[in-house]
Design a protein around this ligand. Structure first.
Ligand code: NAP
Length: 466
């Protein structure tokens, strides 16, 4: 295919990627944005395959196997396990970039016939960058996956004496191998060693990070996977891969910054992998000790009678219980009685960025009812009832008061300022950060124990009766 035509189609594809990303910035254009992005990828892949003659058998086999695995996973995956899936996607993206850059080095070094032949310095530099970033992304993402999947061995952040020294030594080794790899790219052992040390570095960087900080890590690894792809684009001299990788890298960094702000972590802190796991958690008996009051559906329905403003705070438990449709119905019934109902969305509620927005959109809750944390926090003092449904960490006042706790400094939804708080969850178990929540024992809080969906349906029935 004519290279100019290829470049024009790549430009078209890049424009589609950008329009796709733009579409993803708003809920009502997100589906169209997604379709545009997918179309851009299809165009880029088809043109790349058609650009020059190549053996298609292995490619077709890869596409079939990949499509089967991806299709089955996408259909079977639970919404609540989506972050793990994203972690795997990031990891495989990084791993693929490192493998492709490595295979290009192998191919190019096999063509060095004459004594003066050499691999170009820009290709060598890009290959080194791809190998290193790809390897860190791959192993780091697998550890993030294991943490999100809550595998026992990975639940706790790993700390040992001299950890920072080991990290510094690994970073120096990687730097040395990188420089050596750029100077002697045809020596494939150097590339192999660089990837091996990069894999170790990925494990060392993500292992010390506590579960509560995982959203930031996932966003960062997402960005790394884009950077690795962009570097591979330079290795292959493929413009659309450079552009698409850069877009992923940049948007991942922006998301990282948003998540950092939401969790009150500095970006530098994350970039150098020195996030603290936090100190000892408060003792649950001390926090709850005989102070927790519980109520049933009828009492809460009576409480709702005559209120003017209700704010619903969804959390991870809403996703587990798949209670979004029941919640929408409850909101509709309350609104039909003249109650003002809004939804308070914390940026890290659930297990992935935008988790609550997606769930509520699925239940067709109007977007203008979803309020971001900064917008809704000043309104809690004028709110009659806050319904906290399956949320825990994002409403935990310890973040404000206990500098030792793992979520210290994380901005929270100030639901404790409302007149009455009703918390729906199954028990007093902690949330993702593993710490007790004094909100459950506050004077103005009523615990309504049960599975979120069942509890809301019962409450709905009781509200309809009052
Ligand atoms: P959370 O702190 O994890 O708490 C969820 C609560 O839901 C639990 O305490 C659990 O209590 C309850 N629950 C579970 N299943 C339930 C069910 N079927 N019915 C009713 N309740 C149920 O959730 P969150 O407040 O949304 O906070 C999110 C946390 O996840 C933060 O710490 C955040 O940093 C972290 N995180 C976020 C992301 C992200 O990108 N959003 C990614 C990874 C991690 P019971 O067991 O007692 O019912």
């Amino acid at each position: 295919m004519n290279p100019q035509v290829v470049n024009l189609v790549y430009l078209f594809s890049a424009a589609l990627f950008i329009l796709g990303l733009k579409g993803l910035t708003k809920p009502h254009t997100a589906v169209r944005g997604n379709i545009l992005g997918a179309l851009a990828m299809l165009v880029a892949v088809v043109v790349t395959l058609a650009r020059k003659e190549m053996g298609y058998t292995w490619i077709a086999a890869g596409v079939v196997v990949g499509t089967l695995i991806g299709g089955v996973l996408a259909v079977r995956i639970q919404m609540t396990a989506m972050p793990q899936m994203v972690a795997l996607f990031n990891g495989f993206g990084g791993g693929a970039s490192a493998l492709v850059a490595g295979s290009e080095l192998i191919q190019q070094s096999a063509k060095l016939w004459e004594p003066g032949d050499a691999i170009a310095a820009d290709v060598a530099t890009a290959a080194v960058a791809s190998g290193l970033i790809g390897a860190v992304t791959f192993s780091g993402s697998l550890i993030a996956f294991a943490k999100l999947q809550e595998y026992q061995a990975f639940r706790k952040p790993v700390h040992f004496p001299g950890q920072q020294v080991v990290n510094a030594v690994l970073a120096l080794v990687v730097l040395g191998l990188g420089v050596w790899g750029v100077m002697d790219p045809a020596n494939l052992w150097i590339y192999g060693a660089l990837v091996a040390v990069g894999l170790m570095l990925g494990v060392m960087l993500v292992n010390p990070i506590g579960g509560a900080d995982m959203p930031v890590v996932i966003a960062l690894l997402n960005s790394y996977s884009g950077l690795a792809a962009a570097a591979t684009g330079f290795v292959l001299q493929n413009t659309v891969l450079i552009i698409a990788g850069s877009l992923v890298g940049a948007s991942g960094i922006i998301l990282t910054k948003i998540m950092c702000d939401a969790m009150n972590r500095s970006l530098v802190n994350v970039l150098f992998g020195v996030m603290e796991a936090g100190g000892a958690a408060a003792d649950a008996d001390e926090v709850y000790g005989g102070r927790v009051k519980s109520a049933g559906a009828d009492e809460i329905a009576m409480l709702m009678d005559g209120v003017r403003r209700v704010v619903i705070v969804p959390g991870y438990g809403l996703a587990v219980a798949q209670a979004q449709h029941a919640v929408r119905e409850l909101a509709n019934v309350l609104e039909s009685r003249g109650v003002e109902v809004e939804f308070a969305i914390h940026p890290v509620a659930g297990r992935m960025p935008g988790h609550m927005n997606v769930l509520l959109a699925e239940a067709e809750v109007s977007y203008d009812k979803l309020k971001e944390m900064d917008e809704i926090n000043p309104t809690f003092a004028q709110t009659d009832v806050v319904l906290v449904i399956g949320a825990n960490d994002v409403v935990n006042p310890l973040a404000r008061t206990d500098p030792q706790c793992p979520i210290a400094g994380m901005p929270i939804l100030d639901v404790d300022k409302a007149r009455t708080v009703v918390v729906i969850k199954r028990s007093l178990s902690p949330g993702f950060a593993g710490i007790p929540n004094p909100l459950f024992a506050a004077d103005n809080t009523l615990m309504y124990f049960g599975d979120a969906k069942r509890a809301i349906l019962d409450l709905l029935a009781a509200v309809k009766e009052t």
